[in-house]
Write a protein that binds this ligand. Structure first.
Ligand code: 9UX
Length: 72
C-alpha cells in the first residue's frame, strides 16, 4: 500500500541541497517519489509502508546533512 507523508526539511539553502535530499530519500527501497519544495522547505514522500518507515526517511535526510520532521 502506498502512503504519502509530508516532512519539513531544515538546513536547505540552495537548489543543490534540494537535489541532495531528493537523491538520499529516493534511493531508499520502497520510496516511489520524494519531491522537495525549496520555497516551503517541505518534502512529500510517496512510499510503501511495508518497505520503509518514516523514521528511516528522516534518518536518510539526517545522514545527508539536513534535518527532517514529520508534518502531521
Ligand atoms: Mo545548498 Mo551548497 O545549502 O554547498 S548551499 S548545497
Amino acid at each position: 500500500t502506498q502512503e504519502k507523508e509530508t516532512f519539513a526539511i531544515e538546513g536547505m539553502t540552495c537548489a543543490s541541497c534540494v537535489q541532495t535530499v531528493e537523491k538520499a530519500v529516493s534511493k531508499l527501497t520502497g520510496v516511489a517519489a520524494a519531491p522537495v519544495n525549496l520555497a516551503t522547505e517541505k518534502m512529500t514522500v510517496t512510499f510503501d509502508q511495508n518497505q520503509v518507515t518514516t523514521q528511516a526517511i528522516i534518518a536518510a535526510v539526517k545522514a545527508a546533512g539536513y534535518d527532517a520532521k514529520l508534518v502531521t
